[in-house]
Design a protein around this ligand. Structure first.
Ligand code: KDG
Length: 312
């Protein structure tokens, strides 16, 4: 296995009409979840990815399980729980510029995860463990599960990649700040967005914030700067990496997960840090061109064509 990740996936409903959801009659539905998005992104790029989670023993749980398995991700460590439901979430396009996300995931099956959901033998055979700041926000048990997975990874020399993925609707700011900072300090590679880094350390430049993560323990920091690209900070290399600006953004949600998948794919392929960030920028940009979190994620051929075309 190249990469293992842990987290909650949900069925995402989007009204087919814009405006407030109270007036919506028809919805489209898709599968979404930051960690499974990354696993799917990696599988599409030809890597072996596994996803650890819990799902409700219900139709939505079955749909998510089949979809993620169908994308080529190993779901052998996903448990069905008959005591709770699968989480749902809604993405409302109120106006062309105003997007609102509403979760129905409190006490969901995934929020009941505990360290007992983890098998050390499974985590130890991976090269990378990917964890985000969403899972620890779901419950105390989920927080402990993430910590235990990181400890298992550390014991077995599995490289830990942490994406803060701040979701302010899920927890209180000062608690989130403390936990995200502490988890980042335990990771080898941190993939924060610039805004997330400012949330954690206070307003500052990408250079200073990346060095703050480095000083606290991460050996490599790849900071996402949206369409401007990324900033890389490690002992071997430091500097900005240009992005791939696109004019026709259809759905920005999931771009950060695309970035993470591209960047980790570069690490697996042994690219240097700037090339990893560049691949992250490419996948992140492509993710925004299609509606849905994962539908726009490319395979290696499409990614190569997209990046070559933009380089001309
Ligand atoms: O990164 C995209 C995610 O925000 C989305 O898939 C839902 O996992 C999700 C979350 O917790 O917001």
């Amino acid at each position: 296995m190249d990469v293992i990740t842990i987290g909650e996936s949900m069925v995402l409903f989007t009204p087919k009409t814009s405006g407030l959801m109270r007036y919506a009659g028809d919805y489209s539905s898709k599968v979404a979840g930051a960690e499974s998005n990354v696993a799917i992104g990696l599988a599409r790029l030809g890597h072996q990815a596994g996803w650890i989670s819990r799902l409700g023993e219900d139709e939505f749980g079955t749909r998510i399980h089949s979809f993620i398995r169908g994308e080529g991700v190993d779901v052998s460590q996903v448990h069905f729980d008959d005591s709770a439901s699968t989480g749902l979430y809604f993405k409302e396009k109120i106006t062309p510029d105003e997007l609102r996300v509403t979760y129905y995931r409190k006490h969901s099956a995934a929020s009941l995860m505990t360290p007992a959901d983890l098998k050390e033998a499974y985590i130890s055979q991976a090269a990378y463990l990917h964890v985000t700041g969403i899972t620890p926000a779901l419950s105390e048990g989920c927080y402990e599960t993430v910590l235990e997975a990181m400890e298992m990874a550390r014991r077995n020399r599995v490289t830990i990649v942490f994406d803060p993925n701040l979701r302010r609707k899920l927890w209180e700011d000062s608690h989130a700040r403390k936990v995200l900072r502490s988890l980042a300090s335990k990771a080898d590679v941190v993939l924060p967005g610039w805004e997330e880094a400012q949330f954690i350390f206070g307003e500052s430049s990408p250079e200073k914030l990346a060095s703050a993560f480095y000083e606290e323990g991460a050996s490599h920091v790849v900071m996402k700067l949206g369409k401007e690209g990324a900033y890389v900070y490690s002992e071997q290399s430091k500097g900005f990496v240009e992005g791939f600006p696109v004019n026709n953004v259809l759905d920005p949600v999931g771009a950060g997960d695309g970035f993470a998948a591209g960047c980790i794919s570069g690490m697996i392929d042994g690219l240097d840090w700037k090339a990893c960030a560049r691949r992250g920028n490419g996948v992140g940009a492509m993710a925004t061109l299609v509606e849905g979190d994962v539908e726009g994620l490319p395979d290696k051929g499409r990614l190569r064509d997209f990046m070559n075309q933009r380089d001309k």
